[in-house]
Design a binder for this molecule. Structure first.
Ligand code: NAP
Length: 282
C-alpha cells in the first residue's frame, strides 16, 4: 500500500479562501476581526512564527498588529499590557508568543488573557470547555489535525487513535478532540514501556514527539492514518518530522508531510479562532 498524502498546505489554502468570504461578510457588518500578537524578546524562531501569523492574517483580510517588548520586560508590565488588550474592544484575539523569558510565569500570562479573546485556546477555561464539549476556542494544532482527518473523510468513530506525546499544547488536547469524535484513545510518552506494542494497534497514529524520524515502519499498522506533528531541524538545515516518511508511506493509508503538513493548518486554525472571537462565542 502507498499512502495518500494529506497536504496541510493545500487544505489550509482552501480553508483560507472560505475564511476570506467570512471576513468580508463581517467587514460589511463593520466588524474587522483583529488579532494582536505580543512578542517578548528576540528569539529568531518566535519572530519568524509571528511574521507567519501576521502574513496569514493579512492575506485573509484579518487585521493584526504585533506588540514587541524587550526581554527585560517585567511580568507586571506584560500583565498590564494584556489587561489593556482585554479591555480594548477593537482587539478580538490576543496571542502571547511562547516561550517567554524565564523570569515570566507562562501559566500566569495564559490565565490573564480573557477567555473571550483566547485564540490559542490555552486558557484553562477554554480547555475545560473543550473537555466538556462546549463552544470554545480549540487549540490550533490539535484542531488542525482533526480538520485534516475530516478532509479525507477518515472516520474516527470507534477507531483506535494512539498519540505519542502528552504536552499541553498538542498531545493531551488532540487526544481529547479524538475522544470527542468517538475514537478510543491511547496516550504514549517517554515512560511508556512498550511503545511498538501500542502504536502497531493504531488505526490513527499521531506523532508529537519532537525527535527526527523516531517513528519507523515497524511502529505502524498496515493501513493506518499517520499524522506527523514533529518539526525538527536537522544539522544540514532541513526540516523533518518525527516519522520516517519514506518508509512509513509504503505501509500507511494516509500520511502528512513535514513541511507542508500540520504546520500550515495550525496557523489556519488561529485565523479561524480570530474570526470566531470577532463573531463572539455562543
Ligand atoms: P514536548 O512538549 O517536548 O512533548 C513531547 C512529548 O513526546 C512528551 O510527552 C514526551 O514524553 C514524548 N516523548 C519524548 N520522547 C519520546 C519517546 N522516545 N517515546 C515516546 N514519547 C516520547 O513537545 P510538543 O510541544 O508537544 O511538540 C512536539 C513536536 O511537535 C515538536 O517537534 C514541535 O516542534 C512540534 N509542533 C509542531 C506544531 C505545528 O504546528 N506543526 C505545533 C506544535 C508543536 P514525556 O511527557 O514523558 O516527556
Amino acid at each position: 500500500m502507498v499512502a495518500e498524502i494529506i497536504s496541510g498546505k493545500e487544505l489550509a489554502q482552501k480553508l483560507r479562501e472560505d475564511m476570506k468570504v467570512e471576513v468580508d461578510r463581517l467587514r460589511e457588518a463593520h466588524i474587522v476581526p483583529h488579532l494582536t500578537v505580543v512578542l517578548v524578546g528576540d528569539d529568531p524562531a518566535s519572530r519568524s512564527y509571528v511574521r507567519g501569523k501576521e502574513k496569514a492574517s493579512r492575506e485573509t483580510g484579518i487585521s493584526s498588529d504585533v506588540i514587541e517588548l524587550p526581554t527585560s520586560t517585567t511580568e507586571e508590565d506584560l500583565l498590564k499590557t494584556i489587561h489593556q488588550l482585554n479591555e480594548d474592544e477593537n482587539v478580538h484575539g490576543i496571542l502571547v508568543q511562547l516561550p517567554l523569558p524565564d523570569h515570566i510565569r507562562e501559566q500566569l500570562v495564559i490565565e490573564t488573557i480573557s477567555p473571550d479573546k483566547d485564540v490559542d485556546g490555552f486558557h484553562p477555561i477554554s480547555i475545560g470547555r473543550m473537555m466538556t464539549g462546549q463552544d470554545t476556542f480549540l487549540p490550533c494544532t490539535p484542531h488542525g489535525i482533526i480538520q485534516m482527518l475530516k478532509s479525507k473523510n477518515i472516520s474516527m468513530t470507534g477507531k483506535h487513535a494512539v498519540i505519542i506525546g502528552r504536552s499541553n499544547i498538542v498531545g493531551k488536547p488532540v487526544g481529547q478532540l479524538l475522544l470527542n469524535e468517538h475514537a478510543t484513545v491511547t496516550y504514549c510518552h517517554s515512560k511508556t514501556k512498550d511503545l511498538k506494542a501500542l502504536t502497531t494497534q493504531a488505526d490513527i497514529l499521531i506523532a508529537a514527539v519532537g525527535k527526527p524520524n523516531v517513528i519507523k515502519a515497524d511502529h505502524i499498522k498496515e493501513g493506518a492514518a499517520v499524522i506527523d506533528v514533529g518539526v525538527n531541524r536537522l544539522e544540514n538545515g532541513k526540516l523533518t518530522g518525527d516519522v520516517d516518511f519514506e518508509a512509513v508511506k509504503e505501509k500507511a493509508s494516509y500520511i502528512t508531510p513535514v513541511p507542508g503538513g500540520v504546520g500550515p493548518m495550525t496557523i489556519t486554525m488561529l485565523l479561524k479562532n480570530t474570526i470566531k472571537a470577532a463573531e463572539g462565542l455562543d
